[in-house]
Ligand binder design. Structure first.
Ligand code: SF4
Ligand code: SF4
Length: 396
């Protein structure tokens, strides 16, 4: 296993993402035996970082992860959990919510704790005096219940720069969506540079873009096969990230034993990409780019009677086109109901204003459909907020 050094900790560069455990399609229950098998295999090969979040798998991820780690000493692994500020319907008892996660994980502390899903929208909740999230969570850190504080980020580079400047010295790491496609498509390079400039560690989620880069189209995969008959498509996506020195942990949401085995092979040693391999990945990334050519000029926004953030929604639309959708669902989950693509009344004002003549109403209609049919854990902000309120109520 290759490791990174983070403030004296030895973190496995391959982190186990607990968002995609295999579930029984009929009951929705997690296949705990499979989780155990995957964890045992990963731990035996040196994986020591496990990442969960309050809402993953309808609140069941924290519990399944804990069960599978139970037989290992608490100080032999690191766990990361997240505060679901983006999912709240209104202010709640933040400390009770934090304690509920501790209780589900059967621990007294989190090694790593993140504000979940900071975007241009959720940041208003996180920073709101009424919600009081940041001071409450900082108190948990002062009390030693959080060892390292960070946040996961789905917004643009400008917000990232502003946020890190505002909270200089508060956070130690930032988790971003980064892979060889998003390096240019979603400004991941700029985000990596900003985080590095602020002296923080970069954590990566979606290294294979929800599986898209793990199973390439036949003609794209053939380009990689000329380098090796046996290396998987996914291994190139991971090696691209291994070459970036400030990436400390690369989270992979593994749900099959074969994926664990393949990833362990890739993380056994760091084999830098050759120039030819790197160029081929750039070519593949270019061939994966399709969708609407929105330049985010915002000419359409003033005239929208529903006040929708059209470029943001179109970037979610493009994301759905390129990837499996779970992470896009999370970007949309952060929006209020009246700002979702379903709020579009199809008036067509935006298309008239758009220099690229993008058929926005059509794209938003399609986006509404893709969001509605998205993965199970992609529930609406309102539903998730209701679930949190119910859980806190039950605890009382
Ligand atoms: S078509 Fe939809 S997005 Fe476009 S201006 Fe009308 S309401 Fe807004
Ligand atoms: S006017 Fe067109 S290109 Fe500009 S933000 Fe709106 S949809 Fe995108």
């Amino acid at each position: 296993m290759i490791y990174s050094d983070f403030h004296g900790l030895k973190l496995s560069r391959l982190g186990f993402g607990c968002m995609r455990f295999a579930t029984d399609p009929a009951t929705g229950e997690i296949d705990q035996d499979k989780v155990q098998k995957m964890f045992d295999l990963a731990i035996a090969s040196g994986v020591n970082y496990f990442d969960t979040a309050y809402p993953y798998l309808g609140g069941k991820s924290e519990i399944a992860m804990t069960k599978a780690l139970k037989k290992y000493p608490r100080d032999s692994y690191y766990i990361a959990d997240k505060f679901p500020g983006h999912s709240l319907n209104g202010p709640v008892d933040n400390i009770a919510l934090f304690n509920l996660s501790l209780q589900k994980c059967e621990t007294d502390y989190f090694d790593f704790y993140l504000f979940h899903n900071i975007t241009e929208w959720s940041v208003k909740i996180y920073e709101s005096e009424e919600y009081h999230i940041i001071p409450d969570i900082l108190k948990m850190k002062e009390e030693g219940k959080i060892r390292h504080l960070g946040f996961s980020f789905h917004g643009g580079p400008d917000l990232l720069e502003e946020f890190l400047t505002r909270y200089e010295g508060v956070f130690e790491f930032v988790q971003i969506q980064c892979n060889y496609l998003d390096w240019t498509l979603q400004d991941a390079k700029r985000k990596y540079d900003i985080i590095t400039k602020h002296g923080l560690g970069v954590w990566v989620m979606e290294p294979c873009r929800g599986g898209k880069l793990a199973v390439l189209r036949e003609e794209q995969s053939a380009k990689l096969k000329k380098f090796s008959d046996t290396a998987s498509d996914a291994s190139y996506a991971f090696r691209f990230l291994q070459d970036l020195p400030n990436i400390k942990v690369i989270l992979s949401g593994m749900n099959e034993v074969s994926q664990v085995e393949d990833n362990l092979k890739t993380f056994k040693e760091h084999v830098p990409l050759s120039e030819e391999e790197r160029n081929t990945l750039s070519e593949i990334a270019e061939s994966l780019k399709s969708g609407v050519p929105c330049t985010a000029c915002r000419y359409c926004c003033d005239g929208c009677p529903m006040g929708l953030n059209i470029p943001y929604l179109l970037s979610c639309y493009n994301d759905y086109k390129y990837s499996a959708g779970a992470i896009v669902g999370m970007r949309l989950d952060a929006l209020d109901q009246d700002k979702l693509p379903s709020a579009c009344i199809q008036c067509g004002q935006c298309t008239h204003a758009c220099p690229q003549s993008i058929d926005v109403p059509k794209a938003l209609m399609e986006l509404t459909e893709m969001y509605a049919n998205g993965p199970k854990w992609s529930v609406t902000k309102k539903q998730r907020g209701d679930e949190i309120e119910e859980a806190l109520h039950m605890k009382d």
